[in-house]
Design a protein around this ligand. Structure first.
Ligand code: ADP
Length: 189
């Protein structure tokens, strides 16, 4: 089961991803979490990534793709994975296809959580009060992340739709309700 969970910042994909990976026993690969680890550990890559993250911009593709390439060499991805926050543009999606091809496998499904923009801004600003994330506290950074999502990431819908791998799920509701909707899709794959 090789799944990508997609949705705009603040939609709750990280929360859902954590629940799903426990139930399906697959690793959760969040490029955002990997970058946050790298900057917490004060690595050079982490420092570079943090500059982009703090502005609400995407970390350059060469850095991001290399991190994913490295992650996919781990043994724990043999039975599948759940990607959260990757791919975020068509170049990353192409890179992922190539990487998986080299491992003689492919993406099973991309599942997108859908919600209204204003709900997202409010959720992210609220999260910023407690998360300590540098990109959640400031409204213009939050809006920039949402703008980039619609400009670069949302078009991946067509990318996976054309490959008959796209599934849209309503992202409004309780965590449990949304988990059930996601599981209904996954169990039918
Ligand atoms: P959110 O979905 O709330 O934006 P993430 O943890 O997925 O949270 O991402 C936080 C930030 O990390 C992004 O705004 C971006 O700067 C960086 N990032 C994460 N994943 C990627 C990626 N695939 N490509 C480029 N930048 C990324």
């Amino acid at each position: 089961m090789r799944i990508i969970i997609m949705g705009p910042p603040g939609v709750g994909k990280g929360t859902e991803a954590v629940v799903l990976v426990k139930q399906y026993h697959i690793p959760h690969i969040s490029t955002g979490d990997i970058f946050r680890e790298l900057y917490k550990d004060r690595t050079t890559v982490g420092k570079i990534a943090k500059e982009y993250i703090s502005r609400g911009e995407l970390v350059p593709d060469d850095i991001t793709n290399e991190i994913v390439r490295h992650r996919l060499n781990h043994q724990d991805v043999k039975n599948g994975f759940l990607f959260d926050g990757f791919p975020r543009n068509t170049l990353q999606a192409d890179a992922l296809d190539e990487l998986l091809k080299s491992h003689e496998t492919e993406v099973s499904a991309m599942i997108a959580l859908e919600v209204d923009d204003e709900v997202l801004v409010q959720r992210l600003l609220k999260r910023g009060e407690t998360s300590g994330r540098p990109d959640d506290a400031n409204e213009s950074v939050v809006r920039n992340r949402i703008k980039i999502y619609y400009k670069q990431t949302a078009i991946l819908k067509n990318y996976y739709f054309d490959a008959s791998k796209y599934y849209g799920v309503n992202g409004v509701g309780s965590v449990e309700d949304i988990t059930e909707r996601l599981k209904a899709v996954i169990n039918n794959l």
